[in-house]
Ligand binder design. Structure first.
Ligand code: IMP
Ligand code: MG
Length: 181
């Protein structure tokens, strides 16, 4: 097996991603003009999307990152996540946009949103490239999203399987034997 041949099929191509990221950036640039928002990328998954999106957003803004990991049991009703890296700046009174790779159960983002709300920002919105509504557990919606996808495990464009495939330039579905070996 080699890198590309691990992929069963491409779900979203580079061109489709590029077009969608341009649309999202235009919409966000309009909505946040003169607001000097803070964009918060959630590591690691969002790093590719964030880098592309930020280069198409044409307003003044700050960029920061958080790194989180789940405690393993995703079905835990609290959805508490471990904060591995917190913000490096104060967000009090600021307009915050959280940038995520994928909204799945929604537990991570609903926890994070509450966590950041405690710091009294003026507003918090969520921008995710992918949305898997069929898997939602937490009551949370994205304010900006790129693509609704079916309930399949996807990799690429920042998303990993066991830390691999983040550097794939498109969103793909892995061959099933990759999980089972
Ligand atoms: P949630 O808390 O269930 O919404 O989980 C979101 C996180 O789970 C994402 O930031 C991803 O790291 C991971 N995740 C969920 N679905 C996928 C997938 O299909 N491929 C890769 N990672 C995923
Ligand atoms: Mg992950």
């Amino acid at each position: 097996m080699s890198f590309f041949s691990d992929i069963d099929h491409i779900l979203i191509s580079e061109e489709e991603i590029n077009n969608k990221v341009s649309e999202l950036a235009a919409q966000i640039s309009r909505d946040y003009e003169n607001k000097n928002p803070v964009f918060i990328g959630i590591l690691k998954g969002s790093f590719v999307f964030m880098a592309d999106l930020m280069r198409k957003v044409n307003i003044y803004c700050d960029i920061d990152f958080m790194a989180v990991s789940s405690y393993g049991n995703k079905s835990a009703s609290t959805g508490a996540v471990k904060i591995n890296k917190d913000l490096s700046q104060d967000i009090e009174g600021r307009d915050v946009v959280i940038i995520e790779d994928i909204l799945d159960s929604g537990l991570t983002l609903s926890y994070l949103k509450k966590y950041l709300m405690n710091r009294n920002p003026n507003s918090i919105k969520i921008c995710t490239l992918l949305d898997k509504p069929a898997r939602r557990v937490a009551d949370i919606k994205a304010d900006y999203f790129g693509f609704d996808i079916p309930d399949a495990f996807v990799v690429g464009y920042g998303l990993d399987y066991a830390e691999r495939y983040r550097n794939l330039p498109y969103i793909g579905v892995l061959k099933s034997e990759i999980y089972t070996k």
